[in-house]
Design a protein around this ligand. Structure first.
Ligand code: ATP
Ligand code: LTN
Length: 328
C-alpha cells in the first residue's frame, strides 16, 4: 500500500474550506493509502500564538479530525511536537538547504514585500522543518493546497541533494494538489480563498460555528446582479462558490443543481446551500462533542506518536550514520 502524509497547521479554527479541501479527502484516502496525518503545532509558532488559544485550537483540531471520520486504528494521527525527531532532522536538513532557496519561497517573499518587521527566523526556516516532517516518513504522496506546493518541491530538491551527497536515504515524494473546485472561496469576497486566518469573519464558516450563525453567513453571501443560478466563476464567482459548496456537501453534480434552481431566485438557492451546511455542522458538532465527552484525545495522540516515533527514529538514525554523526 502506498503511503500518504499530510499536516495541518492549527493556527485557527478549522473552516468549511479545510473540511472540503482537505479533511474529507484524508478520510477517503484512508481506504486506499496508509495515511499519516499530523497536527503541525510547531509550525504555528512561526508567528506569535496566544498560549491558551493555541492549546484550545490543538484540542479542537484533533477532535474535529476524529469527528470527520479519521480513524486512529487505520491512520497514524499525532502531534508534531510529540515526535522530537522532526526538529532534529529539521536542523540537519537546514544545513543542506541554501539561503538562496529559502529566499525564493513565495510565503517569505510576500511577507518581505509587505514590509513585515517582526518576521521570525523560525518563519524563514519553516520549509526545512516541513521537509523533515515529510522525508522522515518516506511517503509516496503529500496532499497539499496550491500554496504549499513550492514547499514540497523544495523538499524534493533537498532530498535529492542529500541522496546525491550521502547515498540513497530518502524517498522522493510527489505533491498531490486537489482538483479545481477544492478551493472554497470567502463568502464575503468570492475572489479570495476562505481562510481561517482571515480577519473577515463573515466570509468564513468555521466548523464549530453555531449552525444558525453559519446559516446567516450563507444567506448574506455576496452574489451578483445577474440573477441567474449558473456556474460562471469569472462573472458570478459568488454563485459559483455556493454551487461548489452545495455540490461538495450534497454529492450532487453542479449541472444537476443548476437545472433544479433554474429560474429561481438567489434567496431560494442560498437557503438550499445553507441547509446543506447546517446539516453538516450539526452532524460534525454532535460527533465532536461526543469525542470530547469520551476523553480519548490523549490516548489517540499517544497511540499515534508511538507509531510515528518508530518510523521517525529509524530514519533519523540512518541519516545520522550517513552523515557521520555516529562513531563506528
Ligand atoms: P490559512 O487560511 O491560514 O492560510 P489554511 O486554512 O489554508 O490556512 P492549512 O493548514 O494550509 O491552512 O490548510 C490545510 C488544508 O486545508 C490544506 O490542504 C489546504 O489546501 C486546505 N484548505 C484550506 N483552505 C481551503 C479552502 N478555502 N478551500 C479548499 N481547501 C482549503
Ligand atoms: N506548512 C503547512 C503545514 C505542514 C505540512 C507539513 C503539510 C507542515 N508540515 C508536511 C504537509 C506536509 C501549512 O502551512 N499548511
Amino acid at each position: 500500500m502506498k503511503r500518504m502524509l499530510s499536516g495541518i497547521k492549527p493556527s485557527g479554527q478549522l473552516t468549511l474550506g479545510n473540511y472540503i479541501g482537505a479533511l474529507r479527502e484524508f478520510v477517503k484516502y484512508q481506504n486506499d493509502y496508509e495515511m499519516i496525518v499530523f497536527i503541525a503545532n510547531l509550525h504555528t509558532l512561526t508567528v506569535y500564538q496566544d498560549p491558551k488559544e493555541l492549546s484550545q485550537n490543538l484540542k479542537d483540531t484533533i477532535a474535529l479530525y476524529l469527528a470527520c471520520g479519521l480513524d486512529p486504528n487505520r491512520s497514524t494521527i499525532f502531534m508534531q511536537s510529540d515526535v522530537m525527531e522532526h526538529a532534529q532532522l529539521g536542523f540537519i536538513l537546514s544545513c543542506n538547504t541554501y539561503m538562496g532557496e529559502l529566499n525564493r519561497m513565495t510565503q517569505y517573499k510576500d511577507k518581505l514585500a509587505k514590509g513585515e518587521e517582526s518576521m521570525t527566523s523560525g518563519f524563514y526556516v519553516y520549509p526545512t522543518l516541513m521537509a523533515s516532517d515529510i522525508l522522515i516518513y518516506d511517503p509516496d504522496f503529500v496532499p497539499v493546497g496550491e500554496d504549499q506546493k513550492q514547499h514540497v518541491e523544495l523538499t524534493r530538491d533537498v532530498a535529492m541533494r542529500f541522496n546525491n551527497r550521502y547515498g540513497e536515504t530518502f524517498k522522493i515524494p510527489q505533491p498531490l494538489i486537489p482538483k479545481i473546485g477544492a478551493r472554497i472561496m470567502s463568502l464575503s469576497d468570492p475572489t479570495k480563498k476562505m481562510s481561517k486566518s482571515d480577519e473577515q469573519d463573515k466570509g468564513c464558516i468555521y466548523l464549530l460555528d453555531k449552525p444558525e450563525v453559519a446559516r446567516k453567513k450563507v444567506m448574506s453571501a455576496i452574489t451578483d446582479l445577474v440573477g441567474k443560478v449558473q456556474y460562471d466563476p469569472i462573472n458570478q464567482p459568488g454563485i459559483a462558490n455556493l454551487l461548489v459548496i452545495h455540490s461538495a456537501l450534497s454529492g450532487r453534480s453542479i449541472e444537476n443543481l443548476v437545472k433544479e434552481f433554474e429560474g429561481q431566485g438567489y434567496g431560494t438557492f442560498k437557503k438550499a446551500v445553507a441547509d446543506e451546511v447546517v446539516k453538516l455542522l450539526i452532524d460534525l458538532q454532535a460527533k465532536y462533542n461526543d469525542i470530547l465527552n469520551q476523553h480519548i484525545l490523549d490516548k489517540v495522540l499517544a497511540q499515534g506518536a508511538v507509531k510515528a516515533r518508530v518510523l521517525a527514529h529509524q530514519k533519523l538514525k540512518l541519516v545520522e550514520t550517513k552523515i557521520g554523526l555516529t562513531i563506528d
